[in-house]
Design a protein around this ligand. Structure first.
Ligand code: ADP
Length: 949
């Protein structure tokens, strides 16, 4: 019946118990003596009560069980031979009993809805109440049934007998089921149990033997009490059940004190049976409470023992340092201490017992004050981190509280100690490490972004805020990909996801947009910081700003590819070609891949190189070349290179050492220009110059020959012409013959042209004289004012027949210059006569001499034909005659102004002209005055060439 094992009955168990109810009922009815209206014992009642008490919770289980009990019990009564009406009535009465007793028992059900138990005094009282209530119910039913349906039956007797039988049945059988929920006592008393069972059996058999008439009915009680004291409830209930079966049976047989008593006292069999049931009730009332109490006590002791054990284990084996203390005056004395606490305090357990806690700990507060606070209840507990006496640097978390008050009124304290020295020093180290990390992060030039596993920025360094312009708060918390600084967090994601990665960082170059919108090139190197278990903890992105490098690299490659004619070769310190530019490719006729990696000296004409450097091998030759550069640059020198097609190319080369701090791979820079063409041009130029020089020399010789010729011819012509003129005058004046009047005109013409020829010859001789180096100038003090007066007189004849206004302005005083008087007069005459010649009648000619500063200035102005501007450049050249002079057919040789200019120049003066076509002309001559500190040099020194204005 214990198969439900503390759980509500299953359907199967309920059915089995119903069958058992039926069988027990049939058995009881069968066994009941035929003369009795009711059975003397009714075990089915106990089973039925268990069925109801242990039925499943819920609304249906109990009603269904009760209905089934009505049917089963009625059926059993019918089976036992009772009439149907009686059987049905008994069935209903039995079911009502089970319902009442069962419900009373169900009041003691556990919270979880389990079956009622038999663990304490309350449970036992409920069992007794259930038995009595159930018994009373069925007794009432039985009495009613006997009174109405059993003719001749005694309802009173039936009621008493049924009450006893059913109450006993419930008290004996229900505990077996109820005890199933109690704990089984540990085994180990099987021998005692065997002896006990044997003793009980023997005692029962002896007491209830057929011939036994001594009233020894109490003896089994002693043995049952033994069971109650010594064995668990289950054993006791089972024993009681066995005892009940046996005593009931033998009493029914008429044996034992009760059976015999029935005979002796002439009691009816029913009364004896009722007595036996009462006897059983007593046995149960004595034994079961005893067993319950003993079990309770044992359980309590067990719990206390295990609690104590638990406490002890907790105390001694705790990893937490535990100290029990007792207040003695102001001291807290160690009463007990576990190993962990002893280890924290750095001493042996035994040596610490009896010591004052205040002496063991270094606390900022005074312990005696705390003890007062704790003992008065002002402070509930105290927690702090303290030091330990004698353990330098140790840190201990301590929690102090009152835990108990002893019988004598003294307080027991507990102190829990936890050594946090390692955490403390680890934290200090961590703080130091964090400070170091911060300092490292903030002093590096690299940009550093630390992210969590979701790619959100958790930390940035100073370089990042500097370079990007973003404040720390603007970056922290944002996804890396959204900051615009790093391309995305994909690399980090990949690093986080692949736990078996090699750990090599992912390097990627990207564009970063700063706060001001500037674009920077950043090389990001991303990696993951893992915790001690190897799981990713943080992502770290380290960025280097390569904007400048990229820009200059771009510039360099641009320059190297630029179409310039200069060859640039970057050489390694060992002399191998590292980089070449387009110019070098063109000049050398080699493709870049043909020369990069080759030795520079391999490109040069070997013989020339060795000869010039005096080296015996190419390596030494290169060393000699760069030695010339020293730390700087070689002078430009022409070298013969062997071109890609094998042809020699002359290239002017400078070699310079590069700054090793600026470029890593390149040690020397070779700059070359192709001078083949230049050399050719130079040669051509030299040849052309040479030709020109010979031509000039020939021209000069020719010029000299011409001047010589003109001078000779003029000289040779002048004498005969002079005689022609002389003879013509003689013919004119009639010294030879009286000329005829018509001849006179002819003689005049001959004389006039002769004079002109003489003038021409004089001019030519004058000019060739001026040109020749051996002309001699007179150097005397000349008063230009006086000269101009003479000139005024000498030009008067030219006015004959002309309508011209000619004025002369001279200064009041003399104007002295150093020079050749006749030549200076010639200058004046020439200029004034030209002005008169080229001015038409009605015009004005004005000659003016004045002092301006330290110069004498002669200006001759006319209102005549003037000289076209574009012709003025040649005005002072020999034989120049203006186009106007030609068209107006004005006579002249074109030598006058050339002579004037030569004389003015020989006197250190200048001549200028200002004129325009038909607008007159002004010739201005400036000569240095004698006493002005002007040129002290003799006349004839080459001075300024007269220039046109
Ligand atoms: P000639 O007077 O014998 O022709 P010159 O050497 O004296 O030679 O003058 C050269 C030319 O300069 C003249 O032929 C004339 O065309 C121009 N010339 C000189 N003086 C004047 C002037 N005062 N007005 C205009 N033209 C002049």
């Amino acid at each position: 019946m214990s198969e439900h094992g503390g759980r509500p009955l299953t359907l199967r168990a309920s059915v089995l118990l119903l069958v058992a109810t039926y069988a027990a009922a049939v058995g009881a009815v069968e066994l009941a003596p035929a003369d009795r209206p009711v059975a003397s014992w009714w075990p089915a009642a106990g089973i039925a009560v268990v069925l109801v008490a242990c039925a499943r919770p819920g609304r249906l289980a109990v009603p269904l069980t009760v209905a089934a009990l009505v049917v089963v019990t009625a059926a059993a009564n019918v089976t036992g031979g009772r009439p149907l009406d009686v059987a049905t009535a008994f069935g209903a009465a039995n079911a009502a009993e089970a319902l009442v007793a069962g419900l009373v028992l169900r009041l003691g059900r556990g919270r979880a809805g389990g079956p009622p138990g038999l663990a304490g005094a309350d449970d036992f009282v409920r069992l007794v109440l259930a038995a009595l209530a159930g018994g009373a119910t069925v007794a009432a039913g039985a009495a009613l049934t006997v009174a109405t349906l059993v003719p001749g039956g005694s309802p009173g007797e039936a009621a008493v007998s049924v009450l006893a039988a059913h109450a006993a049945s419930t008290l004996v059988i229900a505990p077996i089921a109820l005890a199933a929920t109690t704990r089984r006592r540990p085994r180990g008393r099987s021998e005692e149990l065997a002896v006990h069972v044997a003793a009980l059996l023997v005692a029962t058999l002896v007491v209830f033997s057929p011939a036994q008439s001594l009233p020894l009915a109490f003896v089994p009680f002693v043995l049952l009490a033994w069971a109650g004291l010594r064995f668990d409830l289950r054993t006791v209930t089972v024993e009681l059940a066995g005892f009940a079966v046996l005593t009931t049976y033998v009493t029914d047989l008429g044996w034992g004190p009760l059976g015999n008593a029935a005979d002796a006292a002439a009691l009816g069999g029913l009364a004896a049976a009722t007595l036996a049931q009462g006897y059983l009730v007593c046995a149960v009332l004595i034994t079961v409470p005893l067993a319950i109490v003993v079990a309770q006590r044992a359980e309590l002791l067990e719990r206390i023992r295990s609690d104590g054990l638990l406490f002890r284990r907790n105390f001694t084996e705790s990893l937490l340092g535990q100290v029990l203390l007792r207040a003695e005056g102001a001291d807290l004395v160690v009463v007990d201490i576990n190993d962990a606490a002893a280890a924290v305090l750095g001493a042996g357990r035994e040596s610490l017992l009896g010591r004052d806690l205040g002496g063991l700990l270094v606390t900022p507060q005074s312990l005696p004050d705390l003890v007062v606070g704790l003992s008065t209840g002002r402070i509930r507990s105290w927690q702090s981190t303290v030091g330990v006496t004698g353990r330098e640097g140790a840190r201990v978390d301590v929690a102090l509280a009152v835990i108990d008050r002893e019988l004598d009124g003294g307080l027991v304290y507990s102190a829990q100690l936890l050594d946090v020295s390692r955490e403390h020093s680890a934290r200090r180290q961590l703080e130091a490490a964090q400070k170091l990390t911060s300092a490292t992060l903030d002093t590096t030039d690299a940009l550093i972004l630390v992210t969590d596993l979701s790619g959100r920025v958790v930390r940035v360094n100073a370089a990042t805020t500097r370079a990007t312009g973003y404040g720390e708060t603007e970056l922290i918390g944002r996804l890396v990909g959204e900051t615009g600084l790093a391309p995305d967090s994909g690399d980090l994601d990949a690093l986080f996801v692949w736990p078996n990665r090699s750990g090599a960082p992912v390097v990627r170059e990207g564009e970063a947009l700063t706060r001001s919108g500037e674009r920077r090139r950043i090389v990001w190197s991303s990696n993951v910081v893992r915790d001690e278990h190897g799981f990713p903890a943080f992502g770290v992105m380290t960025g280097i700003d390569v904007t400048t490098e990229r820009a200059s690299a771009g510039l360099v490659s641009h320059l190297m590819q630029a179409p310039i004619g200069t060859a640039l070769l970057g050489l390694s310190p060992e002399g191998c070609i590292e980089v070449v530019n387009t110019g070098a490719v063109q000049l050398l006729g080699h493709q870049p891949h043909e020369v990069v990696g080759r030795r520079f000296v391999d490109l040069l004409d070997r013989e020339q190189l060795l000869a010039r450097t005096g080296a015996t091998d190419l390596r030494a030759a290169f060393a000699a070349l760069v030695a010339e550069a020293g730390g700087g640059e070689t002078r430009a020198r022409e070298w013969t290179f062997v071109g890609g097609d094998g042809s020699p190319r002359v290239i002017s080369v400078t070699l310079s050492a590069t700054d090793p701090s600026l470029s890593t791979g390149v040690g020397y820079l070779c700059v070359g220009r192709d001078v083949t063409q230049q050399r050719r041009s130079q040669d051509m130029l030299a040849a052309a110059l040479d030709k020109e020089r010979t031509a000039v020399e020939r021209l000069r010789a020719l010029d000299e020959a011409k001047t010589e010729f003109v001078s000779t011819v003029s000289h040779e012509l002048r004498t005969p012409i002079t005689s022609i003129v002389g003879f013509t005058e003689m013919l004119q004046d009639g010294s030879v013959v009286e000329p005829l009047p018509e001849q006179l005109r002819l003689f005049e013409t001959i004389a006039r042209n002769g004079e002109r020829l003489i003038a021409l010859c004089n001019d030519l001789l004058m000019l060739s004289g001026l040109d020749s180096d051996d002309v001699t100038w007179r150097s005397e003090e000349v008063d230009l004012a006086a000269c101009l007066g003479l000139v005024e007189d000498s030009v008067q004849p030219l006015l004959a027949g002309r309508d011209l206004t000619v004025t002369f302005e001279t200064p009041t005083g003399p104007l002295h210059v150093l020079g050749d008087r006749p030549q200076l007069e010639r200058v004046m005459v020439n200029l004034v006569s030209n002005a008169m010649k080229f001015t038409e009648d009605g015009g004005v000619v004005r000659a003016r001499l004045a002092q301006e500063g330290d110069e004498a200035v002669l200006s001759v102005t006319d209102t005549g034909l003037g000289i076209p501007l574009d012709e003025q450049e040649d005005l002072f050249k020999r034989f120049f005659r203006s186009s106007t002079a030609h068209t107006e057919a004005i006579q002249g040789t074109g030598l006058g102004l050339a002579i004037v200019a030569a004389i003015v120049e020989a006197h250190g003066g200048r001549i200028r002209v200002r004129s325009a076509h038909l607008e007159g002309a002004t010739f201005t001559v400036r000569l240095p005055l004698l006493h002005s500190g002007g040129p002290g040099r003799p006349v004839g020194d080459p001075g300024h060439r007269p220039v046109p204005a």
